[in-house]
Write a protein that binds this ligand. Structure first.
Ligand code: F6R
Length: 606
């Protein structure tokens, strides 16, 4: 999704903005642009393609200016091109935007009739025109911005620069935007990693906030013109956490960070002595009255929900319904007041998930979000929030967010189980021992990376993969297939192993490797039967299992053995080799692993 950065201070803004923009590249984009205000006029440069292209033209230009905005665009309205790249300008107002203006056509028609001339195909361009339109009618700059923003329907985070008044405005509605507070300087950004090397103090703007920067002063008002006070919060992510640290890609670094990330998820929450789990500040509603738990998310986070469902239903016998956020919202779900709605999201900014949580709240559910990003919309809006503490996830393909989400769900199951008296102290103590061992076990899977890389070399030229798993392993198969298709662009689909014979078996031949996620759990024998069926049709089996001695292992084309863990935790160990397999195949194919084509890290449009 689009990335916004801005600067207002005493230093030269150009390098600061380009550095911040390059730290947002992980969000996914197709063009980039910058606006700098020096002593005279605003200077704008835009390029299709990478930030590097923009940097090249700026290097020779030695542009001066201590106020500016920059932007990476992920095309929604209008093709990726220089004319559609941001910033967009009307009069002396320049705008960068993330989100979608749903009523832009009507606004554009009206403005055109008033004499405004448009030069791009974007929805964004209506914003500077609308502001200048209000200004032409006599409004002050801030009032013109306010009135313009009030007219917009949809989601927007915007940076607005006014040349004649040397004023910068940052405003948002349903798209993220933060302010970084430095010493005598301010930064704006779509996400923390963009400016974590500049400051550790942040203001998380709320919907309809407008931060106005003028002559080193900042004031925050809402679109009604009322002053609002927002807390400055400290974020303890280090600069190194948002850098590659010697790894060739963020994704690989993040895969290898999983032992530490899972340990951090557990930190301060487990009470071994009492056999309990506590989440600071979390007060769940009357759990005995909860008839149903809902777990709703998108993509990888949705797969984590499917695993969470197994955990809660198996251990607590409370019905759990999972859904993709984009589906949940529009299917008129039958919720009862008091149901517990859990929204799961790495970014906390996924538009579909936010909309689903709002829908659930309007139907009387109590809301809990499981998020990675402090200050994100889902974290702020939910009645309760549990942070995954995975650290910044920069690679577009989600890895450590997934395994820490599963870890949170395990802890949450124990927490609820204890509160309802379903799990006893001894039970929970035993389970805590199991999850404590997981970081060490993940480390031992990571030790097998060289042999997984070798296997990747043997399979990189196949164009179709089938992933199979049963029970709690089915979401792992879905996640393994998602990883492969996202970053290598190889077609991969996942099926519940028992479903294979109802259709996908028709595809199997020696050109389609079949990845079977099959630890020696209660579904093992059945999945072995499915592997037999695939092998009978010349399918090459890649087996991920904790049982390397089974005769199936001897007959599979590849076996990746992982340590054994409790049934509910095995997915953490099974997914790591699949993350590595996808990573190494993509890397060998030479794709853009951290910023795969067409994908965005934080999907802030519906
Ligand atoms: C997959 C991936 C996406 C996200 C999805 C939800 O690797 O990254 O499928 O999982 O867009 O994002 P969050 O978790 O930020 O809500």
């Amino acid at each position: 999704m689009c990335g916004i950065v801005g600067y207002e201070g005493t230093r030269e803004a150009c390098d600061i903005l380009i550095d911040a923009l390059s730290r947002l590249e992980y969000r996914g984009y197709d063009s980039a642009g910058i606006a700098l205000l020096g002593q005279g006029a605003i200077h704008i440069e835009r390029r299709k393609g990478k930030v590097e292209e923009l940097r090249k033209i700026l290097d020779g230009a030695s542009l001066k200016g201590s106020i500016g905005l920059a932007h990476t665009r992920w095309a929604t309205h209008g093709a990726p091109s220089e004319k559609n790249a941001h910033p967009h300008r009307a009069g002396d107002v320049v705008v960068v935007h993330n989100g979608i203006i749903e009523n832009y056509l009507a606004l554009k028609e009206r403005l055109k009739k008033g004499g405004h001339v448009f030069v791009s195909d974007t929805d964004t361009e209506v914003i500077p025109h609308l502001i200048t339109d209000y200004a032409q009618k006599g409004g002050s700059f801030v009032d013109s911005v306010r009135l313009a923003l009030k007219e917009l329907k949809g989601s927007w985070a915007v940076g607005i620069l006014k040349e004649s008044e040397r004023t910068l405005v940052a405003a948002k509605n349903e798209s993220p935007l933060i302010v970084g507070v430095g010493d005598g300087e301010y930064f704006i950004a779509s996400d923390i990693p963009a400016i974590i090397n500049r400051t550790d103090r942040f203001i998380f703007l709320e919907d309809n906030d407008m931060a106005i920067f003028r002559g080193r002063d900042m004031r925050i008002i809402n679109v009604e013109g009322e002053d609002v006070v927002r807390e400055v919060r400290q974020v303890r992510w280090s600069t190194e956490m948002a850098e590659k640290g010697g790894y060739s890609h963020f994704m690989l670094k993040e895969i290898f960070e999983q032992p530490r990330a899972i340990s951090d998820t557990l930190l301060g929450r487990t009470r071994e002595e009492e056999g309990d789990v506590e989440f600071e500040g979390v007060v769940l509603p009357d759990l005995a009255a909860v008839r149903k738990i809902w777990m709703v998310a998108c993509g990888t986070s949705h797969h984590a929900c499917m695993i969470g469902k197994h955990m809660i239903e198996t251990n607590l016998r409370i019905p759990v319904e999972t859904d993709m956020a984009s589906e949940f919202r529009y299917r008129n779900p039958i919720m009862l007041p008091g149901d517990l709605f859990i929204a799961v999201s790495q970014s906390g900014e996924t538009a579909d998930t936010i909309a689903a949580m709002r829908e659930a709240r309007s139907r009387g559910a109590s809301t809990l979000s499981v998020c990675n990003v402090l200050g994100s919309t889902l974290a702020r809006e939910a009645d309760n929030v549990i942070f995954t503490h995975a650290g910044p996830e920069i690679g577009v393909a989600s890895t450590k967010a997934f395994t820490t989400q599963i870890s949170v769900m395990f802890l949450l199951t124990l927490h609820i189980g204890r509160r309802l008296g379903i799990l006893g102290r001894h039970d929970v103590r035993e389970r805590l021992r199991e999850i404590r061992a997981i970081p060490r076990k993940v480390r031992s899977v990571l030790d097998a990376a060289p042999s997984i890389r070798a296997a990747a070399g043997r399979y990189m030229s196949f164009r179709d993969f089938l992933f199979l798993g049963r029970g709690i392993n089915f979401p792992t198969a879905l996640e393994g297939a998602l990883k492969l298709k996202e970053i290598s662009y190889i077609h991969a689909e996942a099926y519940a192993a028992g479903e294979m014979k109802h259709g996908p078996i028709a595809l199997i031949d020696d050109g389609m490797p079949v990845v079977c996620v099959s630890p020696a759990d209660r579904t093992y024998k059945k999945t072995c039967g499915n592997m037999e069926e695939a092998m009978a049709r010349k399918g090459n089996i890649i087996l991920i299992s904790d049982d390397g001695t089974h005769e199936m292992a001897a007959r599979a084309a590849e076996v990746i053995t992982v340590p054994s863990a409790a049934y509910e935790l095995q997915p953490i160990l099974s997914i790591v080799p699949l993350q590595l397999l996808a990573y190494y195949i993509a890397d060998l194919l030479g794709t853009d692993v951290d910023q795969p084509r067409n994908l965005a890290k934080s999907v802030t449009v519906e």
